[in-house]
Design a protein around this ligand. Structure first.
Ligand code: NAD
Length: 336
């Protein structure tokens, strides 16, 4: 039975396991329309009622596909999408202006075949000067909320300190970060969770598989993590396989059973993956295996990478020097 959790001070109850629709935009490889539809249907059948997408995923493809897949189920789900990020590279792929926020939301409503979004996020806010987010983007999102086009608003991004600082300056209903609560990184618990609990802000954990690093197949080629992280995860995957276990299953059990967030968003691209992930949801990780895997990953624990425009310090990560293909993370605002 899927657990539903109240999201901060909102009136939304989200399924503890959420569906991340970046896969429907083919950010993780080709996916046929039919397989995408079957994957969403399997998620709904398994009790997943929280869906997250963005116009950025597949450059509107994911929204189109998700809108069609949820057409007759809209009233049964909590649907989140985003504004502000539209293409791979910074700065051209971003526009957080009030006019674009409005236009983007209206386009998303059409693609998603609905008249209201449940959570409208500003997508990857570290790519904008903070004064634009505080003075323009968030007020524009609040106006859309007042008009009934979205129920709640939020911000997403990678650097936790940037998210916390922005949410302090301009209150939002929900904050989403990714690759920050997994076998490789638990900083969400320490840096963001105390703040959001105190403020009654909803918290979402995305990418508990570290965007594919914590899987047997390994990450996509655009992945921004330093190579030492990928190598350590490879060794962890091999150890799991040698014990007849699966790193993705262990990683999901770890993230779902210890999560400081109301929902954990996983990207899934087949019915089989949905079924496996629903299964991982049912129990805690094997403690012996968990301890051995965590020992293998200890030297890369909490290793990050730079994301966003330079801010004179900020939350340091270690650059791998390779801008990713999707630009889910683009280093220092460079474009290519
Ligand atoms: P993820 O960590 O969920 O990993 C997804 C990858 O793991 C895909 O390749 C998927 O096919 C694979 N996978 C899933 N289950 C598996 C299993 N059981 N075994 C093997 N492989 C498995 O990363 P993600 O998809 O990037 O993140 C989830 C969602 O979170 C996104 O779709 C998006 O909705 C959201 N997100 C938001 C932001 C943002 O707002 N900035 C950033 C990242 C993610």
């Amino acid at each position: 039975m899927m657990r539903r959790v109240r999201l901060g001070a909102t009136t939304l109850d989200v399924s503890a396991l959420g569906f991340g629709a970046a896969t429907l935009g083919e950010e993780y490889g080709a996916l046929s329309v039919e397989e995408g539809q079957r994957t969403v249907a399997a998620a709904l059948d398994g009790g997943i009622t929280f869906f997250d997408v963005s116009p950025y995923y597949g450059r509107t493809l994911a929204e189109e596909r998700l809108g069609r897949a949820l057409e007759r189920k809209r009233d049964q789900v909590v649907l989140a999408t985003k504004v502000g990020r539209y293409d791979r590279t910074a700065p051209d792929g971003f526009d957080f202006s009030a006019a674009r926020v409005r236009r983007s939301a209206e386009e998303s409503l059409r693609r998603l075949r609905t008249d209201v979004i449940d959570i409208l996020f500003a997508h990857d806010v570290e790519f904008s000067p903070p004064d634009v987010i505080v003075g323009e983007t968030i007020p524009a999102l609040r106006r859309l909320q007042e008009e009934g086009k979205t129920r709640y608003i939020g911000i997403t991004g990678f650097p936790l300190d940037v998210l916390r600082d922005l949410a302090e300056q301009a209150p939002v209903d929900v904050v989403l970060s990714y690759c920050h609560f997994s076998l490789l990184n638990t900083r969400m618990e320490r840096v963001l969770a105390p703040f959001v609990r105190e403020q009654g802000v909803g918290l979402i954990n995305a990418s508990p598989l570290h965007m594919g690093v914590l899987t047997g197949a390994g990450p996509p080629d655009w992945h921004p993590a330093p190579s030492e992280v990928k190598l350590a995860a490879r060794a962890a995957a091999d150890l799991c396989a040698a014990r007849g276990a699966d790193l993705a299953d262990l990683a999901l059990r770890f993230a779902l059973h210890n999560s400081p967030a109301s929902s954990t968003l996983v990207g899934m691209r087949s019915e089989a993956e949905v079924k496996r992930n629903l299964q991982s949801f049912t129990g805690p990780p094997d403690i012996d295996l968990l301890n051995d895997v965590r020992a293998l990953l200890a030297h890369v624990q909490d290793v990050e990478w730079p994301s966003g425009i330079a801010r004179g310090g900020g939350e340091a990560g270690r650059p791998d020097g390779r801008p990713p293909r999707t630009g889910i993370v683009v280093t220092r605002g460079t474009s290519r």
